[in-house]
Design a protein around this ligand. Structure first.
Ligand code: NDP
Length: 248
């Protein structure tokens, strides 16, 4: 897919699924702005690797929970590149705990990064997309937001929120040639899932019709499609990348 001349911003773009997305968009010709919050070393390493391969990218630190930081990030990209064609809201965390034991802080933090962070980025970037009459927004949600999950009342609520946000943004901006879609991964092998107990991992594996866990690159290829003009007539959708784990 040809993303030559496009500018793409990927939140949490230095590790896990985000790293795979940044790399694939860059390999397909986009100039990629890799956002990170804590992973500065990883962001620098990824940027060095992509640059060595002749691909275009830069890195930018911002905490997506802070609206001012997301505004500053977007303004910096506009100053440097003049536009944002593609926005991928990938930054996300889990803080799993049964409701009885979950603290208010655990709830607020997950909502703040996963849901408010996504809203902050869209709020900051959409005026520029709107003016340019072009935009591809891809939000990373989760199948947990579709099915719910014991131990993830915070996470599932945040990801269900991202789906509602995606559909509302899709409706608000469709006439301005901006699409907004979500990708719902199932069980993908990253540091987020590496910490799960073996018994839980095994339980998931048994339920995945394709019979294996997913890889970050498999999420990235769906993001690439939704970020490209091949998906011109697709908006407001939640696309599962989960080996068939959840079929609706
Ligand atoms: P990782 O833990 O590997 O990556 C999480 C990313 O989020 C990191 O790059 C991190 O950046 C970034 N991030 C966290 N907080 C902030 C913040 N405040 N501001 C900016 N960036 C932040 O997890 P995954 O790669 O697995 O997850 C990526 C996305 O995919 C998440 O939204 C997750 O919910 C979703 N997902 C993952 C699944 C899986 O099975 N792995 C399944 C379903 C959905 P930094 O390190 O720089 O802080």
């Amino acid at each position: 897919m040809d993303l030559k001349g496009k500018t793409a911003l990927v939140t949490g773009g230095a590790s896990g699924i985000g790293e795979a997305i940044s790399s694939l968009l860059a390999k397909n010709g986009a100039t990629v702005i890799i956002n990170y919050n804590h992973s500065e070393t990883k962001a620098k390493a990824l940027s060095a690797k992509l640059s060595q391969d002749g691909l275009k990218c830069s890195i930018y630190k911002a905490d997506v929970t802070a609206y001012k930081e997301t505004q500053a990030l977007v303004e910096e990209v506009i100053k440097e590149y003049g536009k944002i064609d593609i926005l991928v809201n990938n930054a996300g965390i889990t803080k799993d705990q049964l409701l009885f034991r979950m603290t208010e802080e655990d709830f607020d933090q997950v909502i703040s990064i996963n849901l408010k962070g996504t809203w902050n980025m869209i709020k900051s970037a959409s005026p520029y997309m709107s003016k340019a009459r072009y935009g591809k927004i891809v939000n990373i949600t989760s199948i947990a937001g579709v099915t719910g999950n014991a131990g993830q009342t915070n996470y599932a609520a945040s990801k269900a929120g991202v789906m509602g946000l995606t559909k509302s943004v899709a409706r608000e901006f469709a006439k301005r040639n901006i699409t907004c879609n979500a990708v719902a991964p199932g069980f993908i092998e990253t540091k987020m899932t590496a910490v799960l107990p073996d018994s839980i991992k095994e339980k998931y594996l048994q339920q995945i019709p394709i019979g294996r866990y997913g890889q970050p690159e498999e999420v990235a290829s769906m993001v690439l499609f939704l970020a490209s003009d091949y998906s011109e007539y697709v908006t407001g959708q939640v696309v599962h990348v989960d080996g068939g784990l959840v079929m609706t």
